[in-house]
Design a protein around this ligand. Structure first.
Ligand code: B12
Length: 151
């Protein structure tokens, strides 16, 4: 799927427990200024709301953002429903931000999120790696192996 001529439709959402909002404004502007069309669902997005909006918008990419430190739990609460929906089978869903309360990357939690169906997990500082993967998706489709996205 080559989408570079028109940008991607990207749906962004805060975790179900997460009331922080400026992270979503940041992602919205970042992706919009990179040429993508953004549907920003705002904070505190439940699994049911996310699934409904994904069905309605059929995005090319879904981004779940966490700041309050409960991204791991919030991520697991939404990914099962998205991955069980046949219409969304080919849509990568990624998660990023402050995923835990320890302030360090938790490799076991990252693996569990990937196993549950997330296509990638980004730390809050991984913004340029995230943008590389998004550009790669727009040009060549989703690369399961991030090193293949290198320019
Ligand atoms: C403003 C704020 C609030 C406001 C939010 C208002 C609003 N409408 O947004 C209020 C007062 C509501 C709030 C509440 C709470 N907050 Co608060 N809050 C902050 C504060 C001061 C700023 C956050 C902010 O807006 N930053 C600006 C945005 C642009 O940056 P950002 O949020 O860091 O997002 C960046 C990254 O996370 C990353 N990112 C985010 N998502 C993604 C996704 C991808 C794919 C990628 C690549 C990157 C990425 O990119 C963003 C831009 O760089 C921070 C402290 C700080 N100085 O950061 C604490 C902070 C985030 N809050 C914290 C906490 C603990 C809480 C509360 C639990 C406090 C409480 N006991 O009630 C509640 C949580 C409520 C809830 N249910 O979520 C902690 C989180 C700790 C953790 N993660 O381990 C922080 C870090 C403070 C601290 N040092 O303890 N908070």
């Amino acid at each position: 799927m080559v989408l570079s001529q028109r940008g991607l439709k990207i749906l962004i959402a805060g975790g179900a427990s997460d009331s922080h909002g400026w992270n979503l404004v940041f992602l919205d502007l970042l992706l919009g200024e990179s040429g993508h069309r953004v549907v920003n669902l705002g904070p505190c997005v439940s699994a049911a709301l996310l699934l409904r909006e994904c069905r309605a918008h059929t995005p090319d990419l879904v981004v779940v953002s966490s700041v309050n430190g409960h991204g791991y739990r919030d991520g697991l609460s939404v990914i099962g429903g998205l991955r069980a929906e046949p219409a969304l089978a080919g849509v990568p869903v990624v998660i990023g931000g402050k995923l835990g309360v320890e302030g360090v990357r938790d490799e076991a939690a990252t693996r569990r999120l990937l196993t549950a169906g997330f296509a990638a997990v980004f730390d809050d500082a991984d913004v340029s790696a995230f943008l590389d993967r998004v550009s790669c998706l727009a040009e060549r489709g989703w690369c399961a192996v991030s090193s293949k996205c290198a320019p």
